[in-house]
Each structure stands twice: as structure tokens, then as C-alpha cells.
Write a protein that binds this ligand. Structure first.
Ligand code: DAH
Length: 341
């Protein structure tokens, strides 16, 4: 009976190896594994044997049965898969993978970073929760100076028993000017992109959270002509080669002289339109020559070095460039807005 079991086993595997489709499998199942199959009939005959033999052969038969059933299921799976594969219609178009895209603010920021790194500038970074000192005082805006009123500020009080810190959510990227000067000294060329915060009542044109892009260049004999040529390059990069720059005086405490850089409107090319409110010009960038007090706060000797600085709003630029008429859309999380472009 032992031999009979071994023969069944061998025959079974021989057949299984040759099996190629569901029909073959069904035959094998019927012949060997079913209730009326060969294995069952051998097991049925065990009952006439002595107790010892019953035990020994019973165990063997059971093991073989398990082995055959296991191999049978495995082969069934493989043949099943092959059968399925035959019916894959490779002409059906695949499901499109959804790809996101860069935020318009990031696009402009990267364009500017590419431009300035190609001119040898480093990209610097600083904290969004900033000390009152770096955000104002070091930038030549002393406590109680009326210039502080130009920027509605989120003040953050952190007090414990020993210390009291005056912290603010930075209102502009300018404090990083000081941090960068202190860290690298002069000569220095750096740009600073970053998120800023102001205590605004939000509407279509005002938002409490927005992005700026700042630049400084410090060396011996930096002058107003350097500033003008640099801002011209920026304008052409932003709005195209035909763009013109004009500079008009404006007060910023951290520069002297300070001015507002305006570019010819990219939409009407200076003719006057809705975007530039019929002036032909867009006010884009605050700029000037760095105030000696600011250089001093950064640890740089104003007798030896001079510098230029500029700063503009990336959020505002993105709105102008892409015709976005409500600043609140940037932070709204609205997919109808975000999926465009
Ligand atoms: N920090 C100014 C603002 O947020 C922008 C600015 C103006 C930056 C003049 C400068 C500058 O570096 O020279 O309104």
C-alpha cells in the first residue's frame, strides 16, 4: 500500500507538470484528489489493516494528501494568472497619473533665484518669528519711531520669570539683511526670499501672510548706478526685454536715498491699461543705498563699504503676472484655483 501511495504521488506530479489549462486541472483533481479519487480510495482501504499499520500508513497518506493539495493550489494559481493575462487589453488607454504643479509664487521665486545665483549672489534665510530688534531697530527704525506704523505688526509676547523677549512675526524679509551681514561680513551679495506677516484686515488686496524677495550687495564703492542697472536686469527678467525702469524718491528708514522702482506695464507696454491703472507704470520694488546705521548694525564699517538693497512682494508679482485678482486665493486651499495654470 505504501508503494501504491508513492505511485499515486509520482503520477500526480507528472500530470501536474504537464497541466496547461483549467480543464487539465479539473481532470487531475477528479482523478487524484476528489472524494472518489485514487487517494481517497487508498485511504478508505486503510480501515482493514492492523492498528500499527493503520497508524503508519494513515500518517503517510495524510502527509501526501496535504502535499498534493498544496501543489495543486499553487499550480492552479499560476495557470489562473496566465489565463487572466491573455485577456488584458493593452489597447485600453492607461489611467492618467495626476501631477501637481508649482505655486505661481514659487515659480517667480525660482526665476529670481536663478537670475541672482547666476550673478554670484547667495540665497539666505532667516526666522519667521523674529526679534523686534532685527525686524525694526537694527534697520534704523527705533522703538516708538513713527516709521513702525507703516507696518501693522503681530507682536508676540513671550515672558517668563527671568526673561522677556520682544518677538514679532517678521513684517518683511529685511531683518535677514542684518543677520546675513553679521554672518558673512563684507563684501557680500545675497538674496532673501521668504514669508512675511502683517496684521491686515484681509480683503482682495490684503492678506496677513505673503511672500517677499529681498536683495543686498555690499562692497567698496557700491553706488546708485549699480542699483539702477541691477533693477533693470530684474525688470527684464520679470516682464521681458522691452521693460523700462524709472526710480522715484520714497522714504524707507533702512536706505538713504530711498526710492520706488517702477517698471513699464507688461500688459500695455506703457500705454496705460486696467492693470497699471492707466499710468503705464507698475510700482514693484522698494530700494536704495543701505543706511550707514544699518551697515553698522550688521557689523560692517560704513566708512569702508557701501551697499545697495531692494525688496519686493512675490505675492503681488504673482498676482500681476498671472492675472489673479484676489490675494486670498493663495491661502484658500481651493482646488478650482490650485489646479489651474
Ligand atoms: N522692507 C520693505 C517693505 O516691506 C521693502 C524694501 C524697501 C526693502 C526698500 C528694501 C529696501 O531692501 O531697500 O515694504
Amino acid at each position: 500500500m505504501k508503494n501504491k501511495l508513492q505511485t499515486i504521488r509520482e503520477e500526480f506530479f507528472e500530470k501536474l507538470k504537464q497541466a496547461q489549462n483549467a480543464e487539465h486541472l479539473r481532470e487531475i483533481e477528479l482523478k487524484y484528489l476528489s472524494r472518489k479519487g485514487e487517494l481517497s480510495s487508498v485511504m478508505h482501504n486503510l480501515k482493514d489493516l492492523s492498528l500499527d499499520l493503520k497508524k503508519e500508513l494513515g500518517e503517510l497518506a495524510n502527509n501526501i494528501k496535504k502535499e498534493l493539495e498544496h501543489s495543486f493550489e499553487e499550480t492552479k494559481k499560476i495557470i489562473g494568472l496566465q489565463a487572466d493575462n491573455k485577456f488584458i487589453d493593452i489597447t485600453i488607454p492607461g489611467e492618467k497619473v495626476k501631477r501637481g504643479h508649482l505655486n505661481p509664487i514659487t515659480i517667480i521665486q525660482r526665476e529670481m533665484e536663478d537670475l541672482f545665483t547666476s550673478l554670484g549672489f547667495i540665497i539666505a534665510d532667516g526666522p519667521e518669528l523674529e526679534s523686534d530688534y532685527f525686524n525694526f531697530t537694527a534697520l534704523n527704525i527705533p522703538p516708538l519711531h513713527p516709521a513702525r506704523d507703516m507696518q501693522d505688526t503681530f507682536y508676540v509676547d513671550i515672558k517668563n520669570q527671568e526673561d522677556s523677549f520682544d518677538l514679532v512675526m517678521r513684517t518683511h524679509t529685511s531683518p535677514v539683511q542684518i543677520r546675513t551681514m553679521k554672518k558673512f561680513g563684507a563684501p557680500l551679495k545675497a538674496v532673501i526670499p521668504g514669508r512675511c506677516f502683517r496684521n491686515e484686515a484681509t480683503d482682495a488686496r490684503h492678506e496677513h501672510t505673503f511672500y517677499q524677495f529681498e536683495g543686498i550687495m555690499i562692497a567698496e564703492n557700491i553706488n546708485f548706478a549699480n542699483l539702477k542697472s541691477l533693477l533693470e536686469i530684474v525688470g527684464k527678467k520679470l516682464f521681458g526685454p522691452q521693460t523700462k525702469l524709472r526710480m522715484r524718491p520714497k522714504f524707507y528708514p533702512f536706505v538713504e536715498p530711498g526710492n520706488n522702482g517702477e517698471y513699464t506695464c507688461f500688459l500695455c507696454e506703457g500705454q496705460g491699461c486696467r492693470v497699471c491703472k492707466n499710468t503705464g507704470w507698475l510700482e514693484i520694488v522698494g530700494a536704495g543705498l543701505i543706511h550707514p546705521n544699518v551697515l553698522r548694525a550688521g557689523g560692517i564699517d560704513p566708512e569702508k563699504y557701501s551697499g545697495l538693497a531692494f525688496g519686493f512682494g512675490l505675492t503681488r508679482l504673482a498676482m500681476l503676472k498671472y492675472g489673479i485678482n484676489d490675494v486670498r486665493l493663495f491661502n484658500s486651499g481651493d482646488l478650482k484655483f490650485l489646479e489651474q495654470l
